[in-house]
Design a protein around this ligand. Structure first.
Ligand code: PA5
Length: 437
């Protein structure tokens, strides 16, 4: 479902094949680590695990029942979480449903991902007269941003809206660790419904667990198809051979451009507005997994053609510290015909033989030629050809990029599954806030 095209990337097959031994060794290690909970490789066989593991089956059943109930009772689901605890579900919901979908049974809104008092105040006001449920998601159960948001929106539901106790119990759903953490204890004490973030899966690799799946279900996504897509990706990406595994072909290509061609920034370019949050999820995945020990590609993103009128200038003629990874699409979710005007007053009749998507595709081809052409931009372009955008594609793409990320971080010899650097700001902030140890 994703074809990795290197025609415009200034990469030869031999450039990739010289990493084959390293890739095989890393691949074998990742596969062997699935069995060891402390290695955080549980996401690797998650597409199969959810069907064969009885605990997961029970959890899926519970998620389905609860999602259907919420769809009948509330208009809004407030997802409270930060980083890997919200980006995956948001990426999936916006990618599959688009941004102005009128048919979604429940609107999903996000909080706990910011300390902006203006954003939070406006959201509190917006929700005051609305029927909403809360899914608070935190693996550690101690992250400050979601913890503050949960207190504020709990206060709204309980003390301002004055919802009855049983209503509150039904409308607060907690996704957290199975056994530990403040949130886990709180959910237990108050009798909230809970879902578990598996011990062996870290935040940014958790989109195919209840962390991502429950909000998708409430929003009305076909999550069975998400998992079918992930299973297809699992099958296509379980080969250790670079040329037979599209995720590894992409991973090694970006590693080659970083290592051998001095490219220190990767720009993910998309032409679909509904992929903007997917790009945010991708940035977190690669940024937190690779940026360690003074190594790693800085993951950036652009939305074309929008950003051709801003960053396009820099990409075409600015300093060449980057390469582009461009997502192209065979079939859009929806298309629009350009109407013909009899007197052609705006002189656009020449476009009426194309649909809007066909014009977008021409812009994409023109841009790839302008940016990558040797005599023009001379920016390597890795093209990822996607067939379509739907639930299955989301599952495939999410799994594809997680596999690629684990491989490329391992090639850099950094741990793809920790994020020690994130703690530094927290320590400083807690000192400034006078938090008790
Ligand atoms: O990928 C990660 O592990 C992080 O981005 C976490 O998801 C993020 O920090 C939120 O952590 P938690 O779910 O523990 O609140």
């Amino acid at each position: 479902m994703i074809n990795v095209d290197l025609k415009n990337a200034q990469i030869k097959i031999e450039d990739l094949l010289k990493y084959q031994d390293q890739v095989t060794t890393i691949h074998q290690k990742l596969e062997a680590n699935i069995a060891n909970e402390d290695e955080f490789c549980g996401w690797i066989d998650m597409p199969l695990r959810y069907e064969r593991d009885l605990d997961y089956q029970a959890s899926w059943q519970k998620m389905n029942t609860l999602a259907l109930k919420l769809q009948e009772e509330v208009d809004i689901l407030l997802v409270i979480g930060i980083g890997g605890s919200y980006l995956g579900s948001r990426a999936a919901i916006e990618m599959v449903q688009g941004l102005y979908n009128q048919k979604a049974p429940v609107k999903v809104i996000y909080c706990g991902n910011t300390l902006s008092s203006t954003y939070v105040s406006q959201l509190l006001e917006y929700l005051t007269d609305k029927e909403f449920a809360i899914n608070v998601i935190s693996k550690s159960g101690t992250t400050t941003e979601p913890a503050i948001a949960f207190r504020l929106f709990y206060d709204l539901m309980v003390n301002i809206q004055k919802k009855a106790k049983d209503v509150v119990r039904n409308r607060i759903i907690v996704t957290t660790d199975k056994e530990t953490g403040i949130l886990h204890q709180l959910a237990k004490d108050k009798g909230y419904q809970t879902f578990v973030v598996p011990n062996d899966i870290g935040g940014r690799y958790s989109v195919l667990t209840p962390v991502g799946i429950f909000p998708m279900l409430v929003a009305g996504l076909d999550v069975e198809r998400v998992m079918i897509g992930a299973q297809k990706a699992y099958q296509e990406c379980k080969n250790d051979k670079i040329l037979a595994n599209p995720a590894y072909k992409y991973a090694v290509s970006r590693y080659y451009l970083y290592q051998e061609r001095n490219k220190s920034v990767e720009i993910l370019a998309t032409y679909e507005t509904q992929l903007q949050m997917f790009a945010e999820w991708w940035k977190q995945l690669f940024g937190e997994s690779e940026g360690k020990e003074n190594k790693g590609l800085f993951p950036a993103s652009v939305l074309f053609t929008t950003d051709l009128h801003s960053l396009g200038q820099f990409i075409q003629e600015g300093s060449k510290i980057f390469f582009e990874t461009v997502i192209t699409l065979k079939e859009p979710t929806l298309d629009v015909n350009i109407p013909k005007f009899e007197n052609d007053e705006d002189q656009l009749n020449y476009l009426t033989k194309y649909s809007l998507n066909e014009i977008n595709y021409k812009a994409c081809q023109a841009t790839i030629a302008a940016h990558s052409g040797y005599q023009f931009g001379n920016v390597p372009n890795i093209i990822l050809e996607w067939e379509k955008i739907d639930s299955e594609m989301f599952g495939f793409a999410a799994y594809f990029f997680m596999r690629a990320c684990a491989m490329s971080a391992s090639l850099l010899q950094v741990n793809p599954f920790n994020q020690p650097g994130v703690e530094v700001y927290k320590k400083n902030m807690f000192e400034l806030l006078g938090k008790n140890k």
